[in-house]
Design a protein around this ligand. Structure first.
Ligand code: FE2
Ligand code: FE2
Length: 257
């Protein structure tokens, strides 16, 4: 089984590189299942039904979310229909949407879940460790993959060493900055942060001048997505007999827009 995980898609430039590169990547690497973090797809905050459909058409089998999961309120009306959209299990509110999607892939069941870290993160209902124990106690599957949405690297590393024997992959998201520490720990693929799909010269995908105006000059600005060549960040995980056997980090960059 070959799994492709794509980092947080930030606004229109992020969606552009997903549409441009993902279909070819799936073909070229013979990917069986693709997971895309879409928490920033709608102008940097949240996702809508239309953008969910757009990412699915580009090749996403499952779309995971993060702390911005419900930033677009209209999503709440559509949640029941979006059966491949996975929200963090321990994000408040905890009672809407689903936090695990189980897929049948190459004769095995793969459970794809989202868990939020609670270091430097708001609106977290319970610790990621308690949340993961709940998933393991309640979800039946041959393999578990977790999108770990968190800020703190040590928390992500603690999580992987606690749960590596139960998981085939634990993929860090949220910081938007890809780390070069992709590894396999006892058959569990890991990266502290898989990165983002968004503009290369930006502040986490956001316009540099807008962030400086706001942060340094105290100007009330509108959230602005950066403009310019973008990159697609991801990780390919190869799985044999329910354990990860190889990982390949992807960082594909546009040379022009
Ligand atoms: Fe994000
Ligand atoms: Fe996030």
């Amino acid at each position: 089984m070959k799994i492709l995980f794509i980092g947080d898609v930030v606004g229109k430039p992020g969606r552009r590189v997903v549409k441009k590169y993902l279909p070819e990547l799936i073909k070229e690497h013979q990917i069986d299942v693709t997971i895309v973090n879409g928490e920033n797809a709608a102008h940097g905050k949240g996702i809508t039904r239309k953008l969910y459909d757009e990412l699915r058409r580009a090749g996403a089998d499952v779309i995971t979310l993060g702390n911005h999961a419900f930033s677009k309120r209209e999503l709440l009306d559509d949640l029941a229909d979006l059966e491949y959209l996975v929200r963090p299990i321990n994000l408040i509110p905890t009672d809407i949407g689903i936090s695990t999607k189980v897929l049948e892939v190459k004769g095995m069941t793969l459970a794809i879940s989202s868990v939020m870290g609670d270091v430097f993160m708001d609106n977290v209902y319970e610790s990621p460790y308690d949340a993961m124990n709940t998933i393991l106690d309640t979800v039946e599957a041959d393999c578990h993959l977790v999108d770990f949405h968190g800020e703190a690297t040590a928390e992500k590393q603690t999580f992987v060493h606690l749960f590596k024997e139960y998981c085939v992959a634990i993929i860090g998201t949220h910081t938007h900055v890809q780390t070069a520490d992709e590894s396999i720990f006892d058959g569990c693929a890991y990266i502290s942060d898989v990165g983002m799909c968004g503009v290369i010269e930006s502040i986490l995908g956001r316009d540099i001048d807008e962030v400086i105006d706001r942060t340094i000059h105290g100007i009330k600005t509108h959230y602005t997505i950066a403009n310019g060549p973008a990159m697609l960040n991801g990780l390919i995980i190869e799985v044999e007999n329910g354990r990860a056997t190889s990982v390949e980090r992807l960082n594909i960059r546009e040379t022009s827009k």
